[in-house]
Design a binder for this molecule. Structure first.
Ligand code: HEC
Ligand code: HEC
Ligand code: HEC
Ligand code: HEC
Length: 424
């Protein structure tokens, strides 16, 4: 059976289930019936997700394959939902049980994990296995379209202009309705044009677009778009300027006529204030201690200016020269004073951040409602500022001394924060 047949099969079954659930829902009901219907919908969605993400190890009927544990157990049916949620969301370190929660870098949001828990606790394993097998599940076969997607996504990255214009067209026809013309969000749906969304991986975004967010208006678009179209939408979501301003697509600027080098241009127009290496000066901030900023952001800032930074008109600095200047700055100035971390160091840095800062600033530095503001912003917080603020605090929060977080650890935390908000 081909992959697409497998998915058609799965979709058809889930479709029937959803219809069933919908019909139950529509009957004039008492509360318990409504709850049952809600649960049926959750189980229908959970079954799809179970087939994709869990059956591979835990078996089509939850029986446990290859020594992986069985999920068909009374103690799991009676377990507190919150306990199971934490387990599935965070995984179990040192075993193959991965962390599936979005906040842990996994692919599933809370509602999705809860729907799988509904399958484990209230579903029928006999029925679940029927769906899983009807969907073409073969134990040990790779599930999902993630592998195919990676290749398509890589190809989309190679041709950013076409990809962005495809992404914008699709976004304008399907997503604007809820997320707003510039992804600024509406009463119905959150902002997408944000550093938070940009910081999600392509796989995480693919999962949201494929499966939606159950219990909300966010639809499932799995069958609606081709892989190419999904790649274009995801590319757009990741390359939107984080600011709420309308950002025109980066125009293709022909730089072939420019005879001056980017370095010469930078030194002429920017270095007097920002320093030749972007080290900053008495009027202007350092540029080398923030990660590379989006090209659109720099272009807008240079054309409009801000406070003591004057706007640069086209007559002084035509577009082609500005492009050459920005390309130089992206690879030689921005971020050049920041340490480059290995993956192991980055993992260590993430742990440090989670231990010391996440409680108040959120797992992904997105901020928490009560305790602390987001730490990912466009433009990103400067490294020196983060260090300074952490040490000295403010009227609203005490400083954190070196005896609690050493200088070296604080540098790692800064690098971790920058890696979350890195702009391409
Ligand atoms: C790559 C294999 C693998 C996949 C995929 C996987 N798990 Fe697990 N799972 C494990 C292992 C291994 C354990 C045992 C961990 C331990 O020893 O504590 C486990 C344990 C569990 C437990 C606790 C069972 C018990 O007896 O305590 C639950 C619940 C669970 N997994 C749910 C899920 C769900 C839900 C999914 C899909 C979202 C999933 N798992 C996907 C390997 C996997
Ligand atoms: C019918 C309304 C609707 C449409 C159409 C819609 N969305 Fe959504 N979307 C939502 C809602 C509501 C949420 C918030 C779900 C939640 O509460 O977690 C959401 C959430 C998201 C998120 C997660 C954002 C976050 O901050 O966690 C992404 C990404 C997303 N949508 C992308 C898209 C894309 C791409 C399209 C077009 C293909 C689209 N949406 C179309 C309503 C919609
Ligand atoms: C006359 C001095 C001056 C010159 C020349 C100048 N800038 Fe600036 N620049 C500033 C000041 C001051 C700020 C801080 C503005 C604010 O946020 O209040 C700034 C901010 C910025 C920022 C935002 C950095 C951040 O983290 O907030 C960028 C990007 C930037 N400048 C790029 C450039 C580029 C590129 C050039 C050359 C084309 C340039 N600037 C030329 C003074 C200058
Ligand atoms: C007990 C809660 C708490 C912890 C833990 C905490 N912070 Fe904060 N942080 C805050 C609050 C509250 C503010 C806002 C203070 C204000 O606006 O005056 C803040 C503000 C900041 C700011 C300034 C943000 C801005 O936009 O100007 C930075 C940078 C910062 N914290 C870094 C850190 C780092 C790094 C850690 C971990 C080493 C950390 N914080 C741990 C509560 C906390």
């Amino acid at each position: 059976m081909t992959r697409s047949m497998k998915w058609l099969g799965l979709l058809a079954t889930v479709g029937i289930l959803v219809l069933l659930a919908f019909n139950i829902w529509r009957e004039p009901t008492r509360r318990t019936e409504a709850q049952a219907a809600y649960r049926a919908t959750a189980i229908a969605e959970g079954t799809t997700l179970y087939a994709l993400y869990c059956a591979e190890c835990h078996g089509a009927a939850g029986e446990g394959l290859n020594n992986y544990p069985s999920l068909d157990q009374a103690f799991l049916r009676q377990q507190d939902v919150e306990v199971l949620y934490k387990l599935v969301s965070r995984g179990h370190q040192g075993t193959d049980m991965a962390a599936f929660g979005l906040q842990e870098g996994g692919l599933l949001n809370r509602a999705q994990i809860e729907s799988i828990i509904a399958v484990i606790q209230h579903g029928s394993w006999a029925e679940t296995s029927q769906y899983v097998f009807a969907a073409g599940f073969q134990p040990a076969a790779s599930v999902g379209d993630s592998t195919d997607f990676q290749a398509v996504y890589a190809a989309a990255n190679n041709d950013p202009n076409t990809t962005l214009s495809t992404g914008r067209t699709l976004f304008a026809s399907v997503c604007v309705e809820c997320h707003g013309a510039n992804g600024e969000g509406t009463a119905d749906a959150p902002m997408l044009n944000s550093v938070y969304v940009q910081s999600m991986s392509a796989d995480q975004l693919l999962s949201i677009i494929n499966f939606g967010v159950s219990g909300t208006k966010m639809d499932t678009f799995r069958e609606r778009f081709s892989l190419e179209e999904k790649a274009a939408l995801i590319y757009l979501l990741q390359h939107w300027n984080g600011a709420t301003v309308v950002v025109a697509p980066t125009p293709t600027i022909d730089t072939s006529g420019v005879t001056v080098s980017g370095q010469v241009l930078f030194e002429k127009w920017c270095a007097p204030c920002h320093g030749v290496r972007g080290e900053g000066g008495s009027i202007a901030p350092q540029l080398n201690d923030v990660p590379p900023l989006p090209t659109e952001f720099i272009m807008t800032r240079v054309r409009t200016g801000k406070n003591a930074m004057p706007p640069f008109p086209l007559t002084d600095l035509p577009d082609p020269e500005l492009m050459v200047l920005i390309e130089y700055a992206q690879s030689n100035i921005f971020g050049s004073s920041l340490p480059v971390l290995t993956e192991a160091e980055l993992a260590n840095a993430a742990t440090l951040y989670q231990q010391q800062c996440a409680e108040c600033h959120g797992m992904q530095a997105e901020g928490t409602a009560e305790q602390g503001p987001p730490l990912i912003k466009t433009p990103p917080l400067h490294a020196n500022y983060i260090v300074y603020f952490t040490r000295f605090g403010s009227a609203n929060t005490p400083g954190i001394p070196a005896s609690t977080v050493s200088d070296a650890d604080l540098q790692l935390i800064v690098a971790y924060l920058h890696s979350l908000g890195i702009h391409k």
